[in-house]
Unconditional design. Structure first.
Length: 115
């Protein structure tokens, strides 16, 4: 199910700011943090510059996924597992405020997002 328009606009603004703030300007020619919306899900992805001549594209690594439940109006946080699937962060409550989940990704007290 698609995100309500207003919820998406607010979420996109907050996630965009998060990605921009997370990577310093002077490092953006080496690493970028991007986000992709698909339906009611936003996925945060890290992209690294090619590190050898044979690479043509910037490789991507999924960092986090935040899913919106239209019935409850709450966001839930997921992390990428070793098989590149998504696992729910069960110790983090669903919330109406996406900033709470962005702070959790940024602080990463468990090391599941940034290692």
């Amino acid at each position: 199910m698609a995100l309500p328009a207003l919820v998406r606009v607010i979420a996109e603004k907050k996630v965009s700011r998060f990605c921009e703030r997370r990577v310093p300007k002077q490092a953006r020619h080496h690493v970028r943090l991007l986000y992709l919306f698909r339906g009611s899900t936003v996925t945060i992805v890290e992209r690294r510059a090619p590190w050898h001549a044979g690479m043509k594209e910037w490789p991507s690594m999924p960092i986090a996924q935040i899913r919106y439940n239209e019935k409850t109006g709450r966001w839930r946080l997921y992390y990428a597992d070793a098989a590149m699937g998504w696992q729910e962060c069960s110790d983090i409550e669903a919330t109406r405020d996406i900033d709470v989940l962005l702070r959790e990704i940024d602080e990463d007290s468990t090391g599941i997002f940034w290692g």
